[in-house]
Design a protein around this ligand. Sequence first.
Ligand SMILES: [Zn+2]
Length: 425
Amino acid sequence: MDKILLKNAKDIFNKTVDLLIVGNKISAIGEIHGKIDAQIIDAKGKTLLPGLVDMQVHLRDFAQAYKETVKSGTMAASRGGFTSIACMPNTSPCLDSLEVLNMLSDKVMESATCKVIPIPAMTKDIAGVEVVDYKIYEDYGICAITDDGRGVQDDEVMRKVFIHAKEHNLKLMQHCEVEKISQGAPLHKGEKSDELNVSGQTGLAESEMVKRDINLLREIGGHYHVLHISAKESIEHVRAAKKEGLNVTCEVTPHHLLLCDEDIPGANTHYKMNPPLRGKQDLIALNEALLDGTIDMITTDHAPHTEEEKSFGLEQAPFGIVGLETALALIYTNYVKTKKISMQQLVDFMCIKPIEIFGINNGSLKNGDLADLCLVDLEEPKVVTPDEFTSKGKNTPFTDLELYGWPILTICEGKITYKDENYDF
Ligand SMILES: [Zn+2]
């Protein structure tokens, strides 16, 4: 069996640690002495983290392979320190049947460099009309379903989704957006949308759906998860529901934590995503919610588009930015380095909570666990350079930002899936 010995790494508490991988598992962690016949990696001064888990990624492929493929998307994930990522169902064709689940699984077997968790559609073609037969999903081993890209608009359809999902043990992940309120507006409604002369949507577009769904959760039960939460009103609903003891969780993206509409520097479509960057008060509420436990995890909502598509102007360009290759450095630099959160909390938000909440088969650096890990350089700053991204998408608002905490080596189930060529191991 293949063996890899990582020597002299630092754990998140700054303690020196060695780690031995045998096959796909961690067979020893701590101080390892004696001669071991293994590939030795000198990790001196570098920090060892468990492989990260991202519960919201748009992998595209199939008819949208020009935007991203399973191969390029998972390579981007590996470069970002991730070892497990979810695949949202708004693919083309839509991930809503056994046939498309198998198509995805074939691509994953053939070309993925990390684990891919399929999150298929709640309703046929994510159209919000016909509920899919969830028995197929349950038999396939699916953990959660979503119509991400669209929220389920019709109350009665959503009621059926709740009832059937509970029957088949599926967690619900909702893209909360009442389209009657949002009207597909490209930006948050406020001074910035006025200034740029484009339509705006209020936080109510999101929070009204959060509210409706929490009422259904209270009545029917199950597990409900709010994707990419962005509005202060939504935070209030989730906080109250948690206090009430309801089984609700939520996630936030690095861009919603770090940017608000005031930061949009003119008609730049790299600041157009759904939900939109909201107001300053929303940003403050999200940051408070991250610290007080209302927010459970951080996900990227990685959404690659081509440069051409993003050149169509604020009203016409598609929503979305890439995130896999910058998430860790953004969170480390802005939260851990500034001492707003600890390294343990970062690991919780980006690995442990997704594993616990969704039952993801990802290692967390314990002896005997799957060898899913990444090695990070906390000392060496680097600027965000989209041309260097492995993702086909270069659409990020963080270009040229200097950040710390870049992954330099990623190992997924004992296999090296990313190695920064500037480091000599
Ligand atoms: Zn979404």
